[in-house]
Design a protein around this ligand. Structure first.
Ligand SMILES: C[S@@+](CC[C@H](N)C(=O)[O-])C[C@H]1O[C@@H](n2cnc3c(N)ncnc32)[C@H](O)[C@@H]1O
Length: 264
């Protein structure tokens, strides 16, 4: 236990100390939103004290630290989230891609516990059984990745999932649903910070949805440039419903349908 803990009176200093503690640089995230989330967390966990006291507790309590990290990065998701957009993926995006290639490289960036990545795998299995594919799921939060690798989910994760799909690709265990092993075969889950880590290349499809909402404009610019660089020509970037790429023509990403952009 440190008796000489630095006094963190300002947000700026909190950000610096938290970066050292967690590896997450909150300078890439919108200040007002982050402050609100930090204060919310401090209040609900009865940390009426200042940032200094809170940070000290965080550094000594791994469970609280995990909870806080989760709270900051927000990993709410579900299978077939915005199902109409997955219909477009199935009816237009993948059919166009398979015309040119028979081995697709797909990526769910900011995959949370894997629901989005498994949604892609289910659609590939169900409707494109003759197409080879690999799916990468990445996230900054190691705890959600553990769940993704296990493939165990609660009923509420399936609110948008068609019943026949649920029956076919999952087994009901002890009040939880388990992804069948078949589906896991072409999937990899990896820890990655989208803002600072390098990206793999040669993707045909990247989904990055509901991840950048709290990123600063500079961080978003950097990220979309990196995505454009790692897509194959003709490859598709799928963004969240509030994450339009207005004014990003210079990246060579052309809208082909709402929230789907094609690399030229
Ligand atoms: C709301 S979830 C989105 C899950 C899924 N893409 C969806 O749309 O349902 C946001 C995820 O982004 C992750 N995330 C936040 N900042 C990140 C970063 N810098 N690098 C990688 N993942 C990040 C969070 O850990 C969280 O799991």
């Amino acid at each position: 236990m440190s008796h000489h803990f630095i006094n963190i009176d300002s947000y700026e200093k909190f950000v610096k100390a938290f970066h050292t503690l967690s590896g997450l640089d909150l300078n890439f995230y919108k200040e007002n939103q982050m402050k609100r989330r930090i204060n919310n967390f401090m209040n609900t966990h009865n940390h009426k004290d200042d940032y200094t006291g809170f940070l000290k507790t965080l550094s000594q309590d791994p469970k609280l630290f995990d909870g806080f990290f989760k709270h900051l990065t927000i990993n709410v998701t579900q299978f077939f989230r915005d199902i109409k957009l997955w219909d477009i993926f199935q009816d237009k995006i993948i059919p166009d891609l398979v015309q040119k290639k028979n081995n697709l490289k797909l990526w769910s960036a900011g995959c949370s516990a894997g629901q989005e990545a498994y949604t892609m795998a289910i659609i590939m299995n169900e409707y494109f059984p003759n197409t080879k594919y690999s799916i990468l799921g990445t996230d900054i939060d190691v705890n959600v990745l553990k769940q993704a690798r296990l493939g165990t989910y609660d009923e509420r994760d399936f609110a948008s999932t068609p019943e026949n799909i649920l029956q076919k690709y999952f087994t009901l265990g002890d009040r939880q649903y388990q992804v069948k092993d078949d589906l896991k075969r072409s999937m990899t889950f990896q820890e990655q910070n989208l803002l600072t880590d390098r990206f793999d290349q040669g993707f045909d499809f990247i989904a990055c949805r509901n991840v950048v909402i709290y990123f600063t404009d500079d961080a978003k610019d950097l990220l979309y440039k990196k995505f454009a660089d790692s897509l194959n020509p003709g490859g598709i970037l799928f963004t969240g419903s509030t994450e339009h790429l207005f004014g990003k023509n210079h990246l060579g990403l052309k809208p082909v349908s709402s929230f789907f952009y094609q690399k030229q």
